[in-house]
Design a protein around this ligand. Structure first.
Ligand code: PNS
Length: 163
């Protein structure tokens, strides 16, 4: 879509192969895709925002129209600032739908000129989430094939450092 900037917001703690699948699809569809990490002071994440940004940059370096950024505050304020017309979100299963619908409709109420576009990742990734990846890594299980190599390495180091 010529001239359209889309924002793919999220926690990305850490980025998974499911996220990357969606980023690839988004990069093919939109002229520019800004993958933006939420700076959430309330949550206690496994990776710092700087670490998440670094892993995202490395894992998306093959797509020239993908940019990695950080945002805080209201997503719609940030989207206006970035002159984005679209918010991209992934839906894996029906269980994602209710939360995503609520967010999309609230965002539309705040800013009616920005559309939320939902895309499905490949079904291979329909069971995959950052939360499960963190749990498996913490318990010493295998994460190969679930996350990019850079994340696998950093997860191993993080878990080893915590023991
Ligand atoms: O990866 P996540 O944690 O599901 O992403 C959630 C995210 C970052 C999209 C959502 O929490 C968000 O947009 N937060 C910014 C604050 C905001 O605008 N809240 C109102 C949403 S209706």
């Amino acid at each position: 879509m010529k001239g359209i900037t889309a924002i793919y917001p999220g926690s990305f703690d850490p980025v998974t192969n499911g996220h990357l699948d969606l980023i690839e699809r988004g990069a093919q569809l939109f002229e520019r895709l800004v993958v933006s990490v939420l700076q959430n002071l309330e949550k206690s994440p496994l990776f710092t925002v700087a670490e998440r940004v670094e892993m995202l940059r490395e894992a998306t370096s093959q797509w020239p129209n993908v940019e990695i950024d950080v945002f805080g505050g209201l997503l719609m304020d940030y989207a206006r600032e970035r002159k984005a017309k679209v918010i991209l979100r992934g839906i894996r299963a029906i269980s994602d739908y209710e939360y995503e619908l609520q967010m999309a409709l609230m965002n539309r109420k705040i800013e009616p000129h920005i559309e939320t576009v939902f895309m499905m990742p490949a079904e291979t990734y329909s069971y995959l989430s950052s939360r499960l990846v963190r749990e498996i890594a913490r318990l010493g299980g295998p994460v190969t094939g679930l996350v990019p190599a850079v994340v696998e390495e950093k997860l191993r180091a993080k878990v080893a450092g915590k023991q």
